[in-house]
Design a protein around this ligand. Structure first.
Ligand code: MEV
Length: 337
């Protein structure tokens, strides 16, 4: 049995615009998906999820690469989770040149599903890593990130960027622009996450932005403006000392850009009433800035606040189910056992 874990992430800036080639800066956080893999002697795939916000489920099917399993799944979230695991298996089989290899797979996660914290990327990264290692053929980090991206791209019908999977594989903060992905240095940031208990459909939300761009040409300017503010944010991070906590001035400037970024995401139609309520609760609590993170439509916001005020305010905000401080995960995917 080989066990690997990979972190979730928040976007400091740039989700959605990254799909159109603009830069984005996601940061890995210490919330992990853990995947245990045992190779089998036949071609069957058995997937057991212990939590994953799914109340636990087990499915087993005869696997053949390229075919989505036709299994009886209780909810769309479970269906999505099985789809991601299935594509991770397809990538591992391809890397191993073993198209009929079977696996027993157990997934546990403390990253809420579909909530903008990169749960699917973490499952896919940890799954491919555990499956290839279990067969004695570990991949290097870049190939792992690339294969995980291809798995997400497949499930999200060609609309995924490399941001989530690269960040989950490498850890730390990352700059993504098109196919170029690079780790970047950042000072430690006082990230606070608010979660509304819900989940957006990434594919639908990305398609919604695409339709908006088709309907109103000027929506493309909104996407480009997000790219401009990401470049501004990156320059601020590059000038800061990565070995010191972020200064109050830096937090104020980054926070201002996060607020701006949230406004533009709202204009693109990907926020929601509960996400806006949490963003405003954070601002009222004098967070330096707050924005939705990930695809939106429901799920999580991220705020910058070194004090306890935002976390406390979020816990009393109607529509907020959970609030927690999110430490930057320096380590990306790793072997647990
Ligand atoms: C989803 O976490 C982030 C999006 O930008 C989609 C992607 O980058 O694949 C909305």
């Amino acid at each position: 049995m080989t066990v690997c874990s990979a972190p979730g992430k928040v976007y400091l800036f740039g989700e959605h615009a990254v799909v159109y080639g603009e830069p984005a800066v996601p940061c890995a956080i210490e919330r992990r998906a853990t995947v245990a893999v045992e190779p089998r002697d036949d071609d069957r795939i058995r997937v057991e999820a212990r939590d994953l916000s799914l109340n636990g489920f087990t499915v087993e099917y005869a696997g053949s690469t390229g075919e989505r399993p036709d299994v009886d799944v209780p909810t769309p979230l479970v269906e999505a989770a099985v789809g991601y695991v299935d594509e991770a298996v397809a990538q591992a089989r391809d890397a191993l040149d073993a198209p009929e290899k079977g696996f027993d797979i157990t997934v546990e996660s403390d990253i809420p599903l579909g909530a903008g914290l990169g749960s699917s990327a973490a499952v896919v990264v940890a799954g491919i890593d555990a499956a290839t290692r279990a067969c004695g053929e570990p991949l290097d980090d870049r190939e792992l990130a690339d294969r995980a991206y291809r798995a997400e791209h497949e499930v999200q019908e060609g609309q995924a960027s490399r941001a989530d999977t690269f960040c989950s594989a490498m850890g730390g903060a990352v700059r993504v622009e098109g196919d170029d992905c690079d780790p970047i240095d950042t000072p430690s940031l006082p990230l606070v996450v608010g979660f509304d208990g819900g989940a957006g459909d990434t594919g639908e939300l990305v398609a919604g932005v695409r339709e908006l761009r088709e309907e109103y040409g000027f929506a493309a300017d909104t996407v480009r403006t997000i790219g401009d503010l990401v470049r501004e944010g990156e320059a601020l991070l590059a000038d800061a000392d990565p070995d010191e906590p972020a200064s109050a001035d830096l937090l104020a400037e980054l926070g201002g850009l996060m607020d701006f970024n949230h406004g533009l995401l709202e204009a693109l139609g990907v926020s929601s009433r509960s996400l806006d309520a949490m963003v405003w609760a954070a601002r009222t609590a004098e967070a330096h800035g707050a924005k939705l993170t990930g695809a939106g439509g429901g799920g999580c916001i991220v705020a910058l606040d070194p004090t306890e005020e935002t976390e406390t305010a979020l816990k009393f905000t109607p529509g907020c189910e959970d609030a927690f401080r999110a430490e930057l995960a320096e380590e990306g995917v790793r072997v647990e056992a």
